[in-house]
Design a protein around this ligand. Structure first.
Ligand code: SAM
Length: 638
């Protein structure tokens, strides 16, 4: 390897277009590689060893492995900058380069975590699938991240029918179908810096295949792919988050530590609020190995000022059962023992107290919570209560008023007393259990045996929304699954009179039969009286991606191939393939054929770019164009 490195450096140094200020420019070299620059390719193929390392031979053609070359050049040991090589860098690195410097885009993460299709039974789930892991290099993502046109727009929910006019100003609850990376970029112009809460429950990372799993986990995928998949989405999510915004990410034991480092890099360690531990079940469960996994994590980032205290629950309120002359302003009070031996021993806290019958509780026997002076002040203000047990032993207690904060009334800017709340705990115990999520869904889908695997409980998401100090928050979930976040948002609004809005994104086909359907049913069942707008990113090549994935025989795949030749957008890398001999395709294994067809599609054209919505070829009707203009503004070239 050192020889290869040195040989490559010598080779590149000899080409003036790769040298800037006397030094080889890694950026220029990488850009040239990704653009398949002829000068670079000629240079690389001129050296036998270098050529062998970065090119594969097939039918007398040399195929350049540009990703391998890119990684090699971006390796931190290749041409280290003369000062940065001495700098200590801390961060996640794979294959010897830092993930934060990695500009790949992972469109599809190859291995599914749980679910996926609603109602899927265990037999279905064992079917073999092509795990399609599309990673795009920088020069291929030019058009990829441009906003996409919205289509199949409907207004659904309370008191709406097909004739109801779709007016965005009216109601901004939204469910969008489409790849979430592209949907987030599509949402940017409308929701940039406007989202107050993001909750996501993305596919979890697992270290290895688990024998007991129903779904085929695969230990071979790269942690770096999952992290890059998350990084791509979190980077754009950060741009959508408002100044006071807060983000919550559900994840598991195996992924949380890596994910935290990525989040630290994206959001900054100063934006790290906490890592909630959600106790999701009482026992260990049979799927635990060695240690019972009874919890998950919820990483929380954002502006700590965006959080608020929780209101007292009924159990806690029960303690405030006494009233006195301050009741009108201070509310009811509870009593707490003034004696506290657990405090650090302090001379000032050991003072004598005279009881109502004149007897004395000696300071040498008691350590009180306050010194003599504070005690006398509290007594004078009627805050001390003496009680006697049946043996005549005196107990000294002090009052805690419901509306006071640390012994004082606090007023808001309108002169209203701010009621004392409870600082939320990082340990989410007794909030909700895993099975609550399934029960929530079962109420709305009684006719379906298994509605969805691992939905989150409504109570859990409500709890998170409650600790965000904004009753008008825009709440985004771009891994919507069964739509729990929408359900929780509507339910909390009903409970506390809030006007929060939800924006959900889901790419799988169950978005209509499960996600949107659940929200519709919840609105009806619980009388939420809300509506939402459903829209899809208008599909182009995505139609073929689905057809390829769904095909299970060669004739089906060849039929897809033929319609692809007619209607799809073929990647520039494969333009010559149009003349491909069908018998070549027929001789491929089904899985290879699927992979080839997926690779042939131009990933830049999965969906219709917004800028092309008025192109007659795409057949958008007037109403759709009108809606897109409402959504994005008159200039569709955003
Ligand atoms: C468990 S679901 C989220 C469930 C949701 N919180 C609920 O309560 O219903 C996981 C999400 O990750 C997405 N997902 C799962 N596997 C994926 C993969 N391999 N690539 C991309 N997205 C995936 C699903 O589409 C879904 O949006």
């Amino acid at each position: 390897m050192p020889n290869l490195m040195n040989d490559l450096i010598t080779l590149l140094a000899g080409e003036p277009s790769f040298v800037i200020n006397g030094k080889i420019s890694k950026d220029v070299v990488v850009e040239s590689a990704l653009a398949l620059d002829k000068t670079l390719l000629d240079l690389l193929t001129s050296d036998k060893e270098i050529s062998k390392h970065f090119f594969k031979k097939s039918n007398n053609y040399l195929i350049f492995d540009k990703i391998k070359f890119q990684k090699f050049v971006l390796n931190k040991d290749f041409l280290p900058d003369n000062y940065t090589q001495f700098q200590i860098n801390i961060g996640l690195a794979t294959d010897d380069y830092y993930i934060k410097d990695d500009d790949r885009v992972v469109l599809n993460w190859p291995y599914k975590d749980c679910l996926l299709e609603g109602g899927q039974d265990s037999e279905d789930s064992k079917r073999s699938e092509v795990f399609w892991n599309e990673i795009l290099a920088p020069n291929e993502i030019t058009r990829l991240l441009k906003p996409k046109a919205l289509t199949k727009i409907e207004k659904l929910g309370h008191e709406v029918d097909k004739a109801t006019k779709i007016d965005l100003a009216d109601n901004n609850n939204l469910i969008i179908k489409g790849n979430n990376l592209l949907a987030l970029h599509t949402l940017k112009s409308r929701y940039g810096a406007k989202v107050d809460v993001i909750y996501i429950d993305p596919p979890y990372y697992f270290d290895e295949t688990k024998g007991s799993d129903t779904f085929s986990y695969n230990s071979n995928f790269k942690l770096s792919t999952w992290l890059t998949f998350m990084k791509n989405r979190l980077e754009i999510a950060r741009k959508l988050l408002s100044k006071k915004g807060v983000l919550f990410i559900s994840t598991n034991d195996e992924g949380v530590y890596h994910l935290k480092l990525i989040c630290d890099e994206i959001f900054g360690t100063d934006k790290y609020i906490t890592n909630f531990i959600w106790k999701k079940r009482a026992g260990g469960g049979n799927d635990s190995e060695g240690v019972a996994m009874d919890h998950e994590y919820i990483l929380c980032y954002g502006n700590i000022e965006g959080l608020k205290k929780l209101e007292f629950n009924e159990e806690q309120l029960k303690k405030y059962k006494y009233q006195d002359s301050k009741f009108a302003t201070h509310g009811p009070y509870s009593l707490k023992n003034l004696h506290d031996s657990s405090l650090q021993d302090s001379k000032g806290l050991h003072h004598d107290i005279e009881c109502p019958d004149g007897s004395i509780l000696l300071g040498k026997d008691y350590q009180w919570k306050c010194n003599k002076e504070t005690f006398e002040e509290r007594k004078a203000d009627d805050r001390i209560v003496f009680t006697q047990d049946k043996n005549g032993k005196w107990r000294v207690e002090y009052k805690i008023y419901l509306y006071e904060n640390k012994g004082q009334l606090i007023y808001d800017e309108n002169g209203k007393i701010i009621h004392k709340g409870i600082i939320p705990n990082a340990l989410l115990e007794n909030v909700a259990s895993n099975s609550d999520g399934t029960k929530d869904l079962k109420i709305l889908f009684p006719e379906t045996k298994k509605v969805f695997s691992y939905p989150k409980p409504v109570k859990l998401i409500k709890h998170l929304l409650k600790i965000v100090d904004n009753k008008n928050a825009i709440v985004l979930d771009f891994f919507a699954g069964s739509g729990t976040t929408a359900h929780a948002t509507l339910e909390l609004n009903k409970d506390d009179g809030g006007r929060r809005l939800f924006v959900l994104v889901e790419q799988l086909d169950y978005v209509t039969t499960l996600t949107a359907e659940r929200v519709k049913r919840a609105i009806k069942h619980y009388n939420f009286e809300n509506c939402f707008i459903y829209a899809e990113l208008a599909e182009l090549n995505e139609v073929f991606v689905k057809k390829i994935k769904q095909s299970s025989t060669k004739p089906q795949l060849l039929a897809v191939w033929n319609s692809m030749l007619e209607k799809s957008f073929i990647s520039y890398r494969f333009v010559g393939l149009k003349t491909i001999n069908e018998s070549y395709l027929e001789n491929l294994e089904i899985s290879d054929l699927k992979k080839l067809l997926l690779e042939v599609l131009d990933m830049n054209m999965l969906y219709v770019p917004l800028s092309e919505i008025e192109d007659a070829d795409f057949k958008f009707d007037k109403k759709e164009i009108e809606f897109n203009k409402q959504f994005f503004g008159e200039d569709l070239n955003v």
